[in-house]
Design a protein around this ligand. Sequence first.
Ligand SMILES: *Cc1c(COP(=O)(O)O)cnc(C)c1O
Length: 420
Amino acid sequence: MINSIDSRAACQALDADDPLAPLRAQFDLPPGVIYLDGNSLGARPRAALQRAQQVIQQEWGVDLIRSWNKAGWFDLPARLGNQLAPLIGAKDNEVVITDSTSINLFKLLAGALQLQTAKADAATRKVIVTERDNFPTDIYMAQGLTEWLDRGYRIHLIDSPQELASAVNAETAVLMLTHVNYRSGHLHDMQAVTAAAQEQGALVLWDLAHSAGALPIDLHAANADFAVGCTYKYLNGGPGAPAFAWIAPRHHAQFRQPLSGWWGHRAPFTMQPGFTPVDGIRRALCGTQPIVSMALVECGLDIFAQTDMQALRKKSLALTDLFISLVESRCAGLDLTLVTPRAHAERGSHVSFAHAHGYGIMRELIARGVIGDYREPQVMRFGFTPLYTGFCDVWDAVETLRQIVAGKEYQINAQQEAVT
Ligand SMILES: *Cc1c(COP(=O)(O)O)cnc(C)c1O
């Protein structure tokens, strides 16, 4: 059992037995670094360098504008969407890679509100329910949209998942939740939460930023309505890589969104002055995409094709179990408080510990090559990415943490950087 592991040699044995260990060779990580921040920026797939070279040198440099057709640039959002689909329980022609998570959330939330206006009780269904603890941009985008619409929509922020049952009711237009909480790592039961909300007539929009590529997701089994998420976190698409948007096929025909750019048009190159949305998921697109960045998303997705989410989840839980158990045994009495749920069914793929000197400890960890990150207030986050993190990495990270906290070697007066 994982919680009886008490030596580095035992971790070495786990690594030797790990069927996913060879996948690490598909990533370029600098020597001497234990990278525990793949939940925020995934590591670079080895293949990305060559792919970037190909796009810039050949497709852009030589083929020039012909690449929109010849290299398939125009189809990239849908083609890569199809490649991502199985990781989230979606099917072909239901996902597009495009824009940022914030922007996709805006488009899909607007579309969801619009769908609700067709219902008989639309006049009293004016509330968007989400968590106060949600990633702030999700709340900000909802605030921006509802203020802009100025149609009497309200945002109801709940303070714990237990409040869902009473907060989602006949006034709820949309329940908008992040599947795995960015700070605590808490995981919602997508199927149960979706069913309960739909029972009340609400539509459900899931943000999969911290769960796509981290754990198995089945949007169809959950009967979800909408989903968005990042490709630059667990999916290893590269910094600022375009995000994804999924719409349940039952909504495709009625779905409209306000950013009605020409990539969502039925026939963009007819250059008509009037907007008619294209059929299907492409109507979630807006304008021309950052092709150089988008092309690299494929390199991350290709690696997932060599394994499956069940195997990744099994290793992810073993890594997070081991980290929790080692911190609690080897760092006992050092005032580190577990923020992440212990139950597997309630945990994503990162683990957070709070400490009064969390920021200074994280700064010192990073200085020693153990890279996690910090989120206010006092929370140190450690992301475990089963594609390229091993059990000895966990041991070594905990040992470094123990030395820093026990020896009070943290950077007490560390000035907070712009990005923490
Ligand atoms: C990372 C993250 C985002 C990031 O949004 P961007 O538009 O890519 O900056 C949004 N929502 C959640 C829940 C996240 O975890």
